[in-house]
Design a protein around this ligand. Structure first.
Ligand code: SF4
Length: 337
């Protein structure tokens, strides 16, 4: 009988970020709905983890839980989140700021840079905020360091850009500024939630390449949220596949892309164009269930091409398959669909 993977005390201590058995519930007038349950994942120093799934799979809620930004009605109802050995599960905003968990130690890049940048402050003023979290710099030092960061992220005319307002830059330039701001405070962990979704397709690869290069150069841990296996392959060392608020498969990128085992991972990969002539793309029928109507048993059973009768009754747990790999499926060796 395989063991259910829970981070033991030693690995929870050694991982920079350790999310263990976390459940998130949103409540409003119409009731409470659990949108994530039993989410377990971790990332070590210098490591890049991709969290992938369709929209509604719970991947963004998971990173919001880590950053303490669940918003009104959102609560972590179970489990724990540890960062650098400290339990940060239930810290309030003030305590998070005091411990540097908003910027100085955990940097964030959002989907839409237009929303994340403040339109009334110049790029230089917003970069200064991040730089001041690391040291007390004089005004000339701030200007020099700000210019260096904008040059580092490939912004043209970096010194002039310091005096511009966000609306004076293109979408791709604003996203580069967001990356500079996130990195200028020298965080240990960078969280990027679909960082290129709002960008023109021609500059998506440039921005992703930039994040990966800086992550490697600076030795940062990275958690990147995506719905795109191309991004996983280009950006990550390990991957966690999420479906309906649960992690269903984890492993190294090489393992998962070369030999996906969970029926959902397989279906997700089969639904992508490979670019290889003659290969077939098979659409995944149906959609991710909502938190209000979660199926019984395995949450994937209504869409699973290899489901057996037990799948609609019994809830699978995330079982360890090897040191690097885990899967949530009743069939230990899921047959090819
Ligand atoms: Fe499919 Fe059953 Fe495995 Fe769920 S438990 S993924 S329904 S085979």
């Amino acid at each position: 009988m395989p063991l259910q993977p829970s981070l033991d005390a030693a690995s929870a201590r050694s991982a920079l970020l350790a999310v263990e058995n976390v459940a998130v519930t949103y409540s409003n007038r119409s009731g409470s709905h659990e949108v994530c349950s039993d989410v377990t994942l971790s990332v070590g120093r210098g490591e890049a983890l991709a969290v992938i799934g369709e929209s509604g799979s719970g991947k963004s809620v998971t990173v919001l839980a880590v950053t303490g930004l669940l918003g009104a009605g959102g609560t972590i109802t179970q489990g724990s989140i540890r960062f650098d050995g400290e339990d940060i599960t239930r810290l309030d905003d003030r305590e998070r700021r005091r411990r540097g968990l908003r910027g100085r130690r955990i940097g964030m890049i959002f989907q839409n840079p237009s929303r994340a940048l403040d339109p009334v402050f110049t790029i230089g003023q917003q970069l200064n905020e991040a730089l001041r979290q690391t040291d007390r710099f004089s005004q000339p030092e701030l200007r020099r360091k700000g210019t260096d960061w904008l040059r580092h992220v490939g912004l043209p005319d970096p010194e002039e850009a310091l005096d511009r307002y966000p609306h004076q830059l293109s979408g791709g330039q604003r996203q580069r500024v967001m990356i500079a701001i996130a990195l200028a405070s020298e965080p240990d962990l960078l969280i990027a939630d679909e960082p290129t979704t709002a960008l023109d397709v021609t500059i998506q690869a440039q921005v992703l390449g930039l994040i990966r290069r800086l992550q490697r150069e600076l030795g940062l841990a990275l958690v990147i949220v995506t719905h795109d296996f191309g991004v996983v392959a280009a950006m990550a060392d390990r991957v966690a596949v999420m479906y309906a608020g649960q992690v269903v498969e984890t492993g190294t990128v090489d393992e998962i892309i070369r030999a996906p085992r969970h029926p959902y991972t397989r279906a997700l990969m089969a639904s992508l164009p490979t670019g290889i002539p003659g290969t077939r793309v098979t659409a995944l029928p149906g959609s991710v269930p909502s938190a209000r109507s979660m199926p019984s048993g395995c949450r994937f059973h209504p869409r699973c091409p290899v489901a057996v009768p037990a799948c609609s009754v019994t809830r699978p747990v995330l079982d360890s398959l090897s040191e690097s790999r885990a899967m949530r499926c009743l069939l230990e060796e899921a047959p090819a669909s």
